[in-house]
Design a protein around this ligand. Structure first.
Ligand code: WTA
Length: 656
């Protein structure tokens, strides 16, 4: 699409207001901001009535910074709010999931009634394996219904799931299992990606060599691939779950019972185990799903195209949608499994009404061409969402026009693993939208954009995004590391939660997110720390030193560029550089995940450092993005920069 055309569009057609009919029927009406703003804590207490309580809470918020307790004297069982209540109130026949396999033609329909039976059976199987309240259980699964049965069964027992994205390596999985001392693992033999089976159980076996406390592994047979078996430890799902009773009486747990741990990258090499508790998290996941996605459970078919291995899958495939009792699509494959039209086949086939995805996917679909979706009837769609990274206006406009038919509001939702649920987003039918803007904090949420000194900036100015009041789904801690919890989020601006994102208020006071201000990179919406990748690189025998930066990338938002100095053994000196670079890229992929594979590795005899010995990352980012270099007077050896720039010019970037 020619630049001038986009410019013109942005000029003319910048804002988008949904139709009067949409607004009239929207779940959220304009008065909601005022209602919530008058007394946010009381408003959240009312929202907590979306849950099914065993003991109704009389308390709302207890706040002793940085520790929050929400609805603390209430008791409930998370899986009852997600599943049992729908069956007991006569909605058991409603479809909870249309599961769509990687391979075309393979699918499964799971009603709420069936979901209830499966969750009860899985809970009974976990009891037989020895799971009790408070145990941590790693879930390392493909996008199959059993992953959701497992998550819900775990929380039904008051145990804590730690879902690890199936794309992570054995080493990454092992370190997460160890960090929270998981005693159980739920996995599958393998996963399908574009028709090819890749192993998962093998990575679990490898990881468990360093995790002696894991006593049982529950394995779903998905791909029929050969697996090694440790008798006594390993159990097939079909052997143990299927023979269990469909009945399981849920116990009620206090509102602040830990619900799950989700590892995410911070600024150090070691990922942080963010943990969330039950009732506050569930209340906000359910409320935001209702208001931001405007769901009508009787008629909508919702599709959050994310993996359950990330927070988006937790909050907007599992907890938020199930509490609302909606019908969803759960898709196992990639956007091009079976062809580049696969998504549009699914949407038109199931008459999906709501689609939630990441900018990086939109850019990929855009690259494949508007002709592909044009072949399909997408008129069932009525709302689109995006999450994970700032969306560029071109992608936003493409999404609105080609997928949403200029009819569907787009909700650009800003949030984090730590926030648990959406904090900033337009409300469809209430807030007008602008391409690339998250617009404003949701009802009941208080945010600000502040300068270096912590003072709010004015309209038209930029700064750091902070949250100024506690919110129900907020992070309750970093597993096993309370000091790091305080230091990371609460020490930068006293009294305020520091999100780590840069943001700007436009002339009208609407919020635009600008990306991370720390050493966290955002690669296709996945968070990775520069140090984590550097750590993996220096773990290779040939690497002396490594500096990693996130450089902007047209498709993936940011891409990893690594500058590496070598300590060559006789064996490596024989290899040509291209072969060594490939080896290093593969090494990072196998140490962390293929997501972390550097787009480029530049071998350099030295790295630019300040006089105090700190690597000049900003300058390396400029080099990686081909920008002019600015002030380099504090460099110990300015010739290093010239040399690196020269290397960049001659370096051919790789394309996978
Ligand atoms: C970024 C994902 C701009 C941001 C739910 C944040 C966004 C990080 C948006 C959290 C958005 C997420 N616009 N940036 N709409 N949504 N981000 O923990 O940098 O995987 O800090 O949670 O993604 O990533 P996480």
């Amino acid at each position: 699409m020619p630049e001038a055309k986009i410019e013109a569009w942005l000029e003319e057609d910048r804002e988008f207001t949904p139709s009067a009919a949409f607004s009239a029927q929207a779940n959220a009406q304009p008065s909601i901001y005022e209602e919530a703003g008058a007394d946010p804590v009381a408003w959240w207490r009312e929202q907590a009535d979306r849950l099914t309580w065993t003991t109704t809470p009389t308390k709302s918020l207890e706040w002793d910074l940085p520790n929050a307790k929400w609805f603390a004297d209430g008791t409930l069982n998370a899986s009852v709010s997600c599943v049992d209540v729908h069956v007991s109130e006569g909605r058991g026949g409603r479809v909870a999931f249309h599961w769509v396999a990687d391979a075309e033609g393979e699918s499964r329909t799971i009603t709420y009634h069936e979901l209830h039976r499966q969750v009860c059976r899985t809970a009974n199987a976990l009891i037989e394996l020895g799971v009790t309240k408070g145990d941590r259980i790693a879930v390392y699964m493909p996008m199959i219904p059993e992953a959701i049965f497992a998550m819900l069964a775990i929380v039904r027992l008051g145990a804590i799931h730690s879902v690890v994205f199936g794309g992570f390596s054995a080493e990454a999985l092992g370190s997460r299992i160890l960090d929270s001392n998981c005693r159980f693992v739920v996995t599958a033999d393998g996963a399908f990606r574009r028709g090819t089976a890749s192993p998962l159980k093998a990575a679990v076996d490898e990881a468990l060599k360093s995790c002696p406390n894991v006593s049982a592994v529950l394995v779903v047979k998905r791909t029929e691939s050969d697996v090694e078996w440790v008798p006594g430890r390993d159990h097939w799902w079909h052997d143990i779950v299927e023979r269990q009773s469909d009945v399981h009486e849920p116990e009620a747990f206090p509102a602040e019972t830990p619900l799950f741990i989700m590892y995410t990258s911070g600024t150090t090499a070691k990922p942080k185990g963010i943990f969330h508790t039950t009732a506050g998290y569930l209340t906000q996941a359910a409320t935001t799903y209702y208001n931001v996605f405007d769901v009508k459970p009787e008629t909508d078919v919702c599709w959050t195209a994310a993996d359950i291995g990330w927070i988006t899958g937790h909050s907007y495939i599992v907890y938020g949608p199930l509490i609302n009792g909606v019908t969803q699509i759960l898709y196992e494959g990639l956007p091009d499994s079976g062809g580049r039209d696969r998504w549009w086949k699914i949407i038109s086939g199931y008459k999906a009404t709501i689609l939630y995805t990441a900018p990086t996917t939109i850019r990929t679909l855009m690259k494949w061409g508007h002709q592909i979706p044009e072949e399909y009837d997408l008129t069932s769609l009525r709302l689109l969402g995006t999450v994970g990274e700032p969306i560029n206006p071109e992608a936003w406009m493409w999404y609105r026009k080609n997928i949403g038919g200029d009819r569907c509001p787009i909700v650009d939702t800003w949030w984090q693993t730590e926030t648990g649920a959406i904090l900033c987003s337009p409300l469809p039918g209430v807030t007008s939208t602008k391409p690339g803007a998250a617009m404003r904090a949701l009802p009941g949420i208080s945010t600000a954009v502040v300068d270096d000194a912590g003072n709010p900036v004015g309209h038209g100015e930029g700064g750091y995004l902070v949250v100024t009041q506690p919110w129900p789904a907020m992070i309750r801690g970093i597993w096993g590391d309370p000091d790091r919890f305080f230091d990371t989020y609460w020490s930068r601006f006293p009294g305020k939660y520091f999100a780590g994102d840069g943001a700007k208020l436009d002339a009208e006071g609407d919020l635009w997110l600008l990306g991370r201000v720390d050493d966290v990179m955002n690669i296709s919406g996945h968070r990775l720390s520069t140090t984590e990748v550097e750590h993996a690189l220096v773990g290779h025998r040939a690497v002396a030193e490594a500096a990693v930066v996130g450089a902007s990338d047209e498709t993936t938002g940011q891409a990893i560029v690594a500058f590496v100095t070598l300590k060559l053994s006789a064996e490596d000196a024989e290899k040509d550089h291209a072969a060594l670079i490939e080896e290093l890229r593969a090494h990072v992929a196998s140490t962390i995940s293929p997501i972390a594979k550097p787009r480029e590795i530049i071998l350099t005899p030295d790295l630019p450092k300040t006089r105090s010995g700190k690597i000049m990352r900003r300058l390396l980012r400029d080099v990686a993005e081909n920008r002019s270099l600015g002030d380099v007077t504090t460099l110990t050896d300015p010739t290093v920069v010239n040399m690196i720039t020269g290397l960049m010019d001659t370096h051919a970037s790789s394309d996978d």
